[in-house]
Write a protein that binds this ligand. Structure first.
Ligand SMILES: Cc1cc2nc3c(=O)[nH]c(=O)nc-3n(C[C@H](O)[C@H](O)[C@H](O)COP(=O)(O)OP(=O)(O)OC[C@H]3O[C@@H](n4cnc5c(N)ncnc54)[C@H](O)[C@@H]3O)c2cc1C
Ligand code: SF4
Length: 318
C-alpha cells in the first residue's frame, strides 16, 4: 500500500474542512488500497462521527437514515424501515461485514469485475484499453444495457433505494439534495464515479413510504459473495390492482437498471398478469455470450419474486 495522510475529524465541521477521500467502514476503500488498485493522498476517517450514524427516523413526512449507519444497525430499525430495505441489507455479505459497512459506502462501492482485482491488468475499466473479459470470464457481468466495459454495480442497497426514489443529502457549502437515480446516471455518463461531497443521510420521500416494497436476490455461493442478480420492487395498490409500480434490477448493468416497460405494463394489473408484464423485460437483455443465459434467468426470477413479495407486503400494510 502506498503512503497516505490520515485525518480523524472529531465532528462534522472538522470533517468538512478536510480535503481528501472519506473513509466510512473502509470495507471497499481499504481492500482496494491494499490490493494496489487505488491510491489516495489523504484519508479522512468519518467512521466515528455520530451525526452520520443515526437510525431511521421520520422527519417532515420523509424517512431519514444516517449515511454512516452500519448495515447491522440498520437491521435493528423497527417497522418504520421499508421491508425492501431490510431484505436488501440482511442479504448483504456476512454479519462481520454488516457491522462495519455503512449505508452510503455500500451505494458508492466500486463496480465489480474479476479483472479489476488485479493491479497489473489494464483495461477500459481502469482507464486503459480493451476488455479481456469479453474473450475471458464474463458470465456474471452486464446483461442489460452493456457498455464497452461489462463491469457491474453490485450494491444490494442501490436497486431498492432507486425504487424508493431516495435522495442523498449532502453538505456542499450549502445543503444539497441529490437524486440517487441521477447520481448513477451521472456515473454512467462520466465513465467514473462522480466525486461526492460529505453525505449526511439518505432521504426517502413520503410518497415512497406508501404501499409495499421487497428485494429478492440469487447467489452462487453463500453470504460472503456478491449476488449474481438482485431485484427490488415498490408497489402502490388501488384495491387489488397495481396503481403505481417501480422495478429495479441490480448486478446486471453498470448502474441499477430500471425495468420501465414492465412498470408501465403493470399499471391497473393484478398478480395473475405479472408474468406477461415480465416478458417485456426478457426482450431487453443483451447477452455477450450463452455463458450469461443463466444470469438472465436468475434476473427474471428475482424480478418476479420481488414483485410478488412487494404485492403481498402492500396488502399487509393496509
Ligand atoms: C466478502 C465481501 C462480501 C460482500 N458482499 C456484498 C454483497 O453481497 N452485497 C453488497 O451490496 N455489498 C457487498 N460487499 C461490499 C460491502 O457491502 C461494501 O464494500 C461496503 O458496504 C462499503 O461500505 P463502507 O462503509 O465500508 O464504505 P467505504 O469503503 O468506507 O467507502 C466506500 C466509498 O464511499 C465513499 N463514502 C462513504 N461514506 C461517505 C459519505 N458519508 N459521504 C461521501 N462519501 C462517502 C468513500 O469515499 C468511498 O469512495 C461485500 C464486501 C466483502 C468484503
Ligand atoms: S469488463 Fe470492464 S473491468 Fe472487466 S475486463 Fe472488461 S473493461 Fe476491464
Amino acid at each position: 500500500m502506498k503512503a497516505f495522510e490520515y485525518a480523524r475529524p472529531q465532528n462534522l465541521s472538522q470533517a468538512l474542512e478536510q480535503g481528501g477521500t472519506f473513509k466510512a467502514g473502509g470495507v471497499d476503500l481499504l481492500s482496494r488500497m491494499k490490493r494496489g488498485t487505488l491510491s489516495v493522498k489523504k484519508l479522512v476517517d468519518i467512521s466515528a462521527l455520530q451525526d452520520l450514524r443515526f437510525a431511521p427516523v421520520l422527519k417532515k413526512g420523509e424517512l431519514w437514515i444516517g449515511a454512516g449507519l452500519p448495515l447491522a444497525r440498520l437491521l435493528e430499525a423497527g417497522p418504520l424501515l421499508p421491508q425492501g430495505i431490510r431484505q436488501a441489507a440482511a442479504g448483504t455479505a456476512t454479519p462481520q461485514i454488516r457491522n462495519q459497512a455503512s449505508l452510503v459506502g455500500n451505494l458508492l462501492q466500486e463496480k465489480r469485475c474479476l479483472y479489476l482485482l488485479d493491479p497489473e491488468i489494464s483495461c477500459l475499466g481502469n482507464g486503459g484499453k480493451g476488455c479481456p473479459a469479453r474473450d475471458g470470464h464474463h458470465a456474471e457481468l452486464a446483461i442489460l444495457e452493456p457498455s464497452p466495459c461489462l463491469a457491474i454495480q453490485a450494491s444490494n442497497l442501490a436497486p431498492i433505494l432507486c425504487a424508493l426514489d431516495a435522495r442523498l443529502f449532502e453538505f456542499q457549502g450549502k445543503d444539497n439534495l441529490r437524486s440517487l437515480r441521477a447520481f448513477y446516471q451521472d456515473w454512467r455518463k462520466q465513465g467514473e464515479r462522480p466525486k461526492l461531497p460529505l453525505t449526511h443521510s439518505i432521504r426517502i420521500p413520503a410518497a415512497s413510504l406508501r404501499g409495499g416494497s421487497a428485494h429478492h436476490e440469487v447467489r452462487v455461493k453463500q453470504s460472503f459473495d456478491w449476488a449474481i442478480a438482485t431485484a427490488a420492487a415498490h408497489l402502490v395498490l388501488d384495491g387489488d390492482r397495481v396503481a403505481r409500480a417501480s422495478l429495479w434490477l441490480g448486478s446486471v448493468s453498470d448502474i441499477p437498471y430500471q425495468a420501465k416497460k414492465v412498470e408501465q405494463a403493470l399499471q391497473g394489473k393484478a398478480p395473475t398478469d405479472f408474468k406477461k408484464a415480465l416478458a417485456l423485460l426478457d426482450s431487453d437483455f443483451e447477452l455477450h455470450s450463452p455463458q450469461q443465459d443463466w444470469k438472465r434467468k436468475m434476473a427474471l426470477l428475482c424480478a418476479e419474486k420481488a414483485l410478488r413479495k412487494s404485492y403481498d407486503n402492500a396488502k399487509e400494510q393496509r
